[in-house]
Design a protein around this ligand. Structure first.
Ligand SMILES: [Zn+2]
Length: 263
């Protein structure tokens, strides 16, 4: 695995996707204009539920100029792109999302916080372009084998003893969810590629008997193969410039694309 910075991504997906046997690894954006924002509001209103993940989908499907071999010039193209996004890796979708933020809003990121050096509430400033992006060296890097500490009964007479884990796919693991408890559960389901060496996708009932220690180990392993952006940002006190901290950032559209938290 190698680590690059968001500002050096330059329109190349960290993992890339294969559709119909063709590999796609590039992306580009239209400028984020008033008319694009209006279009995005329409797409959001048409969505069934209004979750953070759908906000990311809507934004990208409207703003991507070219993605997975499709030039985005009509509503049909937008829907095709939205479908390709569902099949893309979490790493790639979030990298595009952050890249759009960097390109169209700029690198400055503001968060209200407390500075122990100034000893008062302060506006903390970060640089989105410095966000670390984990990039796999090759395809082998994407998968891990896991032996369950406590094997569990699996669909009748079988016993689930080992699992192969791969990077989360956006549509399976993230779309339509908004709560952390869902994220963990869906991340596990979305990461399992095979069971006992045989290719399978699991449903929730298959893992009801899974022990907590196995689930925790799996979540750690998924962290290793998910790649893409570190969802944390380094911040400095805007007044004294001496206090430095690292915070998880809120990636919801309203927060991430809005500079209103500037104080
Ligand atoms: Zn300070």
């Amino acid at each position: 695995m190698k680590k690059i910075k968001l500002k050096d991504v330059n329109g190349v997906l960290p993992i890339g996707l294969k559709l119909g046997g063709i590999a796609h690894s590039n992306f580009s954006f239209k400028p984020l204009t008033y008319s694009v924002e209006r279009e995005m509001a329409r797409v959001l209103e048409d969505s069934d539920t209004n979750t953070s993940a759908i906000g990311v989908d809507a934004l990208l499907s409207v703003c991507l100029d070219e993605f997975a071999g499709v030039k985005n010039t009509s509503e049909d193209h937008r829907k095709t792109i939205s479908n390709s996004l569902k099949q893309s890796y979490y790493a790639d979708v979030m990298t595009m999302y952050l890249s759009l933020r960097l390109q169209e809003i700029g690198p400055e990121f503001y968060m209200n916080g407390y500075c122990p050096i100034c000893n008062k509430p302060s506006s903390l400033v970060g640089d989105v372009g410095e966000t670390g992006i984990d990039v796999p060296d090759d395809e082998k890097d994407l998968y891990r084998e896991y032996k369950l500490i406590e094997p569990l009964p699996f669909r009748g007479n079988a016993t689930m003893t080992s699992l192969q884990i791969g990077p989360n796919i956006w549509g399976t693991s993230y779309q339509g969810i908004d709560r952390f408890s869902d994220v963990k559960r869906r991340a596990i389901l979305g990461a399992i590629r095979n069971v006992n060496g045989v290719e399978k996708s699991l449903i929730e009932n298959d893992i009801l008997a899974m022990r907590k220690k196995d689930m925790n180990a799996l979540v750690n392993l998924i962290g290793e193969v998910n790649f893409g952006p570190e969802m944390v940002i380094g911040l400095k006190c805007g007044s004294c410039k001496k206090y430095e901290t690292v915070e998880a950032f809120d990636w919801r559209y309203t927060f991430f694309f809005d500079l209103s938290s500037r104080s």
